[in-house]
Ligand binder design. Structure first.
Ligand code: PLP
Length: 294
Protein backbone atom coordinates (compact mmCIF):
# COMPACT_ATOMS: atom_id res chain seq x y z
CA UNK A 1 0.00 0.00 0.00
CA UNK A 2 1.50 3.37 -0.98
CA UNK A 3 0.51 5.64 1.91
CA UNK A 4 0.06 9.20 0.74
CA UNK A 5 -1.38 11.15 3.64
CA UNK A 6 -2.79 10.76 7.14
CA UNK A 7 -4.65 12.72 9.79
CA UNK A 8 -5.23 11.91 13.42
CA UNK A 9 -8.57 12.75 14.99
CA UNK A 10 -9.25 13.75 18.55
CA UNK A 11 -12.76 12.24 18.75
CA UNK A 12 -15.50 14.53 20.14
CA UNK A 13 -18.85 13.35 21.50
CA UNK A 14 -21.47 12.38 18.91
CA UNK A 15 -23.81 15.14 20.13
CA UNK A 16 -21.15 17.89 19.93
CA UNK A 17 -22.79 20.45 17.61
CA UNK A 18 -19.74 22.50 16.63
CA UNK A 19 -19.34 23.05 12.90
CA UNK A 20 -15.60 23.66 12.75
CA UNK A 21 -13.49 20.63 13.63
CA UNK A 22 -10.16 22.01 12.42
CA UNK A 23 -8.53 21.94 15.85
CA UNK A 24 -9.48 18.26 16.36
CA UNK A 25 -7.95 17.04 13.08
CA UNK A 26 -4.17 17.03 12.72
CA UNK A 27 -2.16 16.21 9.60
CA UNK A 28 0.46 13.60 10.44
CA UNK A 29 3.32 12.10 8.48
CA UNK A 30 2.04 8.77 7.05
CA UNK A 31 5.59 7.41 7.20
CA UNK A 32 6.21 8.29 10.84
CA UNK A 33 5.18 6.41 14.02
CA UNK A 34 1.74 7.59 15.17
CA UNK A 35 0.13 4.94 17.39
CA UNK A 36 1.29 4.28 20.95
CA UNK A 37 2.26 0.70 21.69
CA UNK A 38 -0.47 0.41 24.33
CA UNK A 39 -3.19 1.20 21.80
CA UNK A 40 -5.78 -1.56 21.85
CA UNK A 41 -6.00 -1.56 18.06
CA UNK A 42 -2.42 -2.82 18.02
CA UNK A 43 -2.67 -4.92 21.18
CA UNK A 44 -5.95 -6.70 20.47
CA UNK A 45 -7.33 -5.59 17.12
CA UNK A 46 -9.97 -3.90 19.27
CA UNK A 47 -11.43 -1.26 17.03
CA UNK A 48 -13.34 -0.75 13.80
CA UNK A 49 -12.59 0.56 10.34
CA UNK A 50 -13.96 1.53 6.94
CA UNK A 51 -12.32 1.60 3.49
CA UNK A 52 -13.72 4.12 1.02
CA UNK A 53 -12.93 4.31 -2.68
CA UNK A 54 -11.77 7.66 -4.06
CA UNK A 55 -12.02 8.16 -7.81
CA UNK A 56 -10.43 11.27 -9.33
CA UNK A 57 -10.72 13.03 -5.98
CA UNK A 58 -14.37 12.10 -5.35
CA UNK A 59 -14.89 10.05 -2.18
CA UNK A 60 -17.55 7.42 -2.89
CA UNK A 61 -20.54 6.76 -0.62
CA UNK A 62 -19.37 8.75 2.40
CA UNK A 63 -22.84 8.62 4.05
CA UNK A 64 -23.25 4.81 3.86
CA UNK A 65 -19.68 4.24 5.10
CA UNK A 66 -20.21 6.59 8.06
CA UNK A 67 -23.53 4.89 8.82
CA UNK A 68 -21.75 1.52 8.90
CA UNK A 69 -18.95 2.95 11.08
CA UNK A 70 -21.62 4.06 13.56
CA UNK A 71 -23.31 0.64 13.34
CA UNK A 72 -20.00 -1.15 14.01
CA UNK A 73 -19.28 1.21 16.93
CA UNK A 74 -22.67 0.34 18.45
CA UNK A 75 -22.07 -3.41 18.11
CA UNK A 76 -18.63 -3.04 19.71
CA UNK A 77 -19.73 -0.74 22.59
CA UNK A 78 -17.45 2.01 21.30
CA UNK A 79 -18.51 5.65 21.77
CA UNK A 80 -20.76 6.74 18.89
CA UNK A 81 -18.65 8.59 16.32
CA UNK A 82 -19.43 12.25 15.62
CA UNK A 83 -20.23 11.86 11.93
CA UNK A 84 -19.73 15.56 11.12
CA UNK A 85 -16.21 15.32 12.56
CA UNK A 86 -15.39 12.20 10.52
CA UNK A 87 -16.82 13.86 7.41
CA UNK A 88 -14.56 16.87 8.05
CA UNK A 89 -11.53 14.56 8.37
CA UNK A 90 -12.45 12.81 5.10
CA UNK A 91 -12.82 16.16 3.34
CA UNK A 92 -9.48 17.31 4.78
CA UNK A 93 -7.58 14.31 3.46
CA UNK A 94 -9.46 13.96 0.15
CA UNK A 95 -7.97 17.21 -1.14
CA UNK A 96 -4.64 15.38 -1.31
CA UNK A 97 -6.03 12.63 -3.57
CA UNK A 98 -5.80 14.04 -7.09
CA UNK A 99 -6.55 11.96 -10.20
CA UNK A 100 -6.73 8.15 -10.28
CA UNK A 101 -8.00 5.63 -7.75
CA UNK A 102 -7.18 5.96 -4.08
CA UNK A 103 -8.45 4.51 -0.84
CA UNK A 104 -9.34 6.35 2.35
CA UNK A 105 -9.32 4.30 5.52
CA UNK A 106 -11.13 5.36 8.70
CA UNK A 107 -9.91 3.74 11.91
CA UNK A 108 -11.52 4.02 15.33
CA UNK A 109 -9.68 2.20 18.11
CA UNK A 110 -10.81 1.64 21.68
CA UNK A 111 -7.67 3.58 22.51
CA UNK A 112 -5.15 3.19 25.26
CA UNK A 113 -5.58 0.43 27.79
CA UNK A 114 -5.64 2.82 30.73
CA UNK A 115 -6.84 5.88 28.83
CA UNK A 116 -10.41 7.18 28.83
CA UNK A 117 -10.69 8.06 25.16
CA UNK A 118 -10.76 6.22 21.86
CA UNK A 119 -8.10 7.02 19.28
CA UNK A 120 -8.87 7.62 15.64
CA UNK A 121 -7.12 8.36 12.40
CA UNK A 122 -7.75 8.52 8.65
CA UNK A 123 -5.31 7.55 5.91
CA UNK A 124 -5.09 8.08 2.17
CA UNK A 125 -3.25 5.58 -0.01
CA UNK A 126 -3.00 4.73 -3.68
CA UNK A 127 -5.49 1.96 -4.49
CA UNK A 128 -4.07 -1.34 -5.70
CA UNK A 129 -4.53 -1.90 -9.44
CA UNK A 130 -7.80 -3.82 -9.88
CA UNK A 131 -8.09 -3.62 -13.67
CA UNK A 132 -7.34 -7.30 -14.22
CA UNK A 133 -9.70 -8.59 -11.52
CA UNK A 134 -12.48 -6.37 -12.90
CA UNK A 135 -11.92 -7.58 -16.47
CA UNK A 136 -10.82 -11.23 -16.18
CA UNK A 137 -12.39 -12.04 -12.83
CA UNK A 138 -11.25 -13.96 -9.77
CA UNK A 139 -11.03 -17.70 -9.09
CA UNK A 140 -12.62 -18.47 -5.74
CA UNK A 141 -12.69 -21.43 -3.39
CA UNK A 142 -15.48 -21.92 -0.87
CA UNK A 143 -14.24 -22.13 2.72
CA UNK A 144 -16.19 -23.25 5.76
CA UNK A 145 -16.62 -20.36 8.22
CA UNK A 146 -17.19 -22.93 10.97
CA UNK A 147 -20.63 -21.88 12.15
CA UNK A 148 -24.25 -22.24 11.10
CA UNK A 149 -26.54 -19.58 9.69
CA UNK A 150 -28.23 -18.95 13.05
CA UNK A 151 -25.03 -18.12 14.97
CA UNK A 152 -25.22 -14.29 14.78
CA UNK A 153 -28.50 -14.32 16.73
CA UNK A 154 -27.22 -16.90 19.23
CA UNK A 155 -23.78 -15.33 19.80
CA UNK A 156 -23.84 -11.55 19.19
CA UNK A 157 -20.49 -11.22 21.01
CA UNK A 158 -18.86 -12.66 17.89
CA UNK A 159 -19.53 -9.17 16.41
CA UNK A 160 -20.26 -10.76 13.05
CA UNK A 161 -21.96 -7.73 11.48
CA UNK A 162 -19.26 -5.28 12.62
CA UNK A 163 -16.28 -4.22 10.52
CA UNK A 164 -13.71 -4.77 13.24
CA UNK A 165 -9.95 -4.48 12.94
CA UNK A 166 -9.65 -8.21 13.69
CA UNK A 167 -9.12 -9.32 10.09
CA UNK A 168 -6.48 -11.99 10.81
CA UNK A 169 -8.90 -14.82 9.94
CA UNK A 170 -10.03 -13.03 6.77
CA UNK A 171 -6.40 -12.71 5.66
CA UNK A 172 -5.77 -16.37 6.58
CA UNK A 173 -8.67 -17.37 4.33
CA UNK A 174 -7.13 -15.48 1.39
CA UNK A 175 -3.79 -17.22 2.01
CA UNK A 176 -5.61 -20.58 2.06
CA UNK A 177 -7.27 -19.66 -1.25
CA UNK A 178 -3.83 -18.93 -2.72
CA UNK A 179 -2.52 -22.27 -1.44
CA UNK A 180 -5.40 -23.93 -3.29
CA UNK A 181 -4.48 -22.12 -6.52
CA UNK A 182 -7.29 -19.56 -6.36
CA UNK A 183 -7.33 -15.77 -6.00
CA UNK A 184 -9.92 -15.35 -3.28
CA UNK A 185 -12.31 -17.16 -0.98
CA UNK A 186 -16.05 -17.25 -0.40
CA UNK A 187 -17.03 -18.09 3.16
CA UNK A 188 -19.89 -20.55 3.63
CA UNK A 189 -21.74 -21.59 6.78
CA UNK A 190 -21.22 -25.15 7.95
CA UNK A 191 -24.88 -25.79 7.07
CA UNK A 192 -24.19 -24.91 3.45
CA UNK A 193 -25.03 -21.24 2.79
CA UNK A 194 -22.97 -18.54 1.13
CA UNK A 195 -21.86 -15.70 3.42
CA UNK A 196 -19.34 -13.26 1.93
CA UNK A 197 -15.73 -13.09 0.78
CA UNK A 198 -13.00 -12.09 3.26
CA UNK A 199 -13.06 -8.50 1.92
CA UNK A 200 -16.12 -8.39 -0.34
CA UNK A 201 -19.84 -9.10 -0.68
CA UNK A 202 -21.15 -11.81 -3.01
CA UNK A 203 -23.84 -11.07 -5.61
CA UNK A 204 -25.41 -13.62 -7.97
CA UNK A 205 -27.45 -13.09 -11.14
CA UNK A 206 -30.14 -15.60 -12.00
CA UNK A 207 -31.92 -14.42 -15.13
CA UNK A 208 -33.04 -10.84 -14.47
CA UNK A 209 -32.80 -11.28 -10.73
CA UNK A 210 -29.84 -10.27 -8.54
CA UNK A 211 -29.45 -11.97 -5.16
CA UNK A 212 -27.12 -11.48 -2.21
CA UNK A 213 -26.99 -13.21 1.21
CA UNK A 214 -29.05 -11.41 3.87
CA UNK A 215 -26.90 -9.26 6.21
CA UNK A 216 -28.64 -10.84 9.23
CA UNK A 217 -26.54 -13.90 8.44
CA UNK A 218 -23.65 -12.24 10.27
CA UNK A 219 -21.96 -10.60 7.32
CA UNK A 220 -21.14 -6.98 6.59
CA UNK A 221 -23.78 -5.10 4.70
CA UNK A 222 -21.65 -3.97 1.74
CA UNK A 223 -21.98 -0.35 0.67
CA UNK A 224 -21.05 -1.35 -2.89
CA UNK A 225 -23.75 -4.04 -3.01
CA UNK A 226 -26.31 -1.57 -1.62
CA UNK A 227 -25.38 1.02 -4.23
CA UNK A 228 -25.41 -1.53 -7.05
CA UNK A 229 -28.83 -2.88 -6.05
CA UNK A 230 -30.26 0.67 -6.06
CA UNK A 231 -28.82 1.16 -9.56
CA UNK A 232 -30.11 -2.20 -10.83
CA UNK A 233 -33.59 -1.44 -9.47
CA UNK A 234 -33.71 1.82 -11.45
CA UNK A 235 -32.89 -0.28 -14.51
CA UNK A 236 -35.87 -2.56 -13.83
CA UNK A 237 -34.05 -5.60 -12.41
CA UNK A 238 -35.35 -7.48 -9.36
CA UNK A 239 -33.03 -7.60 -6.34
CA UNK A 240 -33.33 -9.74 -3.23
CA UNK A 241 -31.67 -10.67 0.07
CA UNK A 242 -31.91 -14.42 0.57
CA UNK A 243 -30.29 -17.46 2.09
CA UNK A 244 -28.08 -18.61 -0.79
CA UNK A 245 -27.14 -22.34 -0.91
CA UNK A 246 -23.49 -22.90 -1.89
CA UNK A 247 -24.54 -24.81 -5.03
CA UNK A 248 -26.11 -21.59 -6.37
CA UNK A 249 -22.65 -20.06 -6.77
CA UNK A 250 -21.99 -22.51 -9.57
CA UNK A 251 -25.44 -22.62 -11.13
CA UNK A 252 -26.07 -18.85 -11.17
CA UNK A 253 -25.80 -17.20 -14.58
CA UNK A 254 -23.09 -14.92 -13.20
CA UNK A 255 -21.60 -13.96 -9.85
CA UNK A 256 -19.40 -11.15 -8.54
CA UNK A 257 -17.37 -10.15 -5.51
CA UNK A 258 -18.19 -6.52 -4.72
CA UNK A 259 -16.21 -4.10 -2.59
CA UNK A 260 -15.45 -0.41 -2.32
CA UNK A 261 -11.97 -0.42 -3.85
CA UNK A 262 -11.75 -3.43 -6.20
CA UNK A 263 -15.42 -2.82 -7.15
CA UNK A 264 -17.05 -5.65 -9.18
CA UNK A 265 -14.79 -8.64 -9.76
CA UNK A 266 -16.63 -11.37 -11.67
CA UNK A 267 -16.22 -14.91 -10.32
CA UNK A 268 -14.36 -16.88 -12.99
CA UNK A 269 -14.23 -20.24 -11.24
CA UNK A 270 -15.62 -21.90 -8.11
CA UNK A 271 -13.57 -24.63 -6.43
CA UNK A 272 -11.67 -25.24 -9.67
CA UNK A 273 -14.71 -25.35 -11.95
CA UNK A 274 -14.87 -22.59 -14.56
CA UNK A 275 -17.74 -20.16 -14.58
CA UNK A 276 -18.62 -17.91 -17.48
CA UNK A 277 -18.09 -14.18 -17.01
CA UNK A 278 -20.66 -11.69 -18.21
CA UNK A 279 -18.08 -9.23 -19.54
CA UNK A 280 -20.49 -6.64 -20.95
CA UNK A 281 -22.59 -6.44 -17.79
CA UNK A 282 -19.47 -6.41 -15.59
CA UNK A 283 -18.00 -3.51 -17.57
CA UNK A 284 -21.27 -1.63 -17.24
CA UNK A 285 -21.46 -2.30 -13.49
CA UNK A 286 -17.88 -1.08 -13.00
CA UNK A 287 -18.55 2.03 -15.10
CA UNK A 288 -21.44 2.79 -12.74
CA UNK A 289 -19.33 2.08 -9.65
CA UNK A 290 -16.49 4.29 -10.91
CA UNK A 291 -18.80 7.26 -11.56
CA UNK A 292 -19.21 9.72 -8.68
CA UNK A 293 -21.61 8.25 -6.07
CA UNK A 294 -22.81 9.80 -2.82
N1 PLP B 1 -17.58 -8.07 3.51
C1 PLP B 1 -16.36 -7.91 4.10
C2 PLP B 1 -15.92 -8.93 5.11
C3 PLP B 1 -15.55 -6.82 3.78
O1 PLP B 1 -14.36 -6.67 4.39
C4 PLP B 1 -16.00 -5.89 2.82
C5 PLP B 1 -15.19 -4.73 2.45
O2 PLP B 1 -14.06 -4.60 2.84
C6 PLP B 1 -17.25 -6.09 2.22
C7 PLP B 1 -18.02 -7.19 2.60
C8 PLP B 1 -17.76 -5.15 1.18
O3 PLP B 1 -18.10 -3.92 1.75
P1 PLP B 1 -18.03 -2.57 0.93
O4 PLP B 1 -18.77 -2.80 -0.35
O5 PLP B 1 -18.69 -1.58 1.79
O6 PLP B 1 -16.59 -2.27 0.67
Amino acid sequence: MAWRSAVSIDPVASDDRRTDFADTITMIDPGAPAVLIGDLSAQRGDGIFESLGVVDGHVQEVGPHLARLAHSAGLCDLPAPNLAQWRAAIERIAVEAGPGENVIKLILSRGLDQGPAPTAWVTLATAPDSARARRDGVRVVTLDRGYTLDVPARAPWLLLGAKTLSYATNMAAIREAHRRGADDAVFATSDGFVLEAPTASVVLRVGDRFVTPAPQAGILHGTTQLSLFAHLETRGFDTAYENVPIADLETADAAWLLSSVRLAAPIASVDGRDKSIDRALTAEINAYLLAPRD
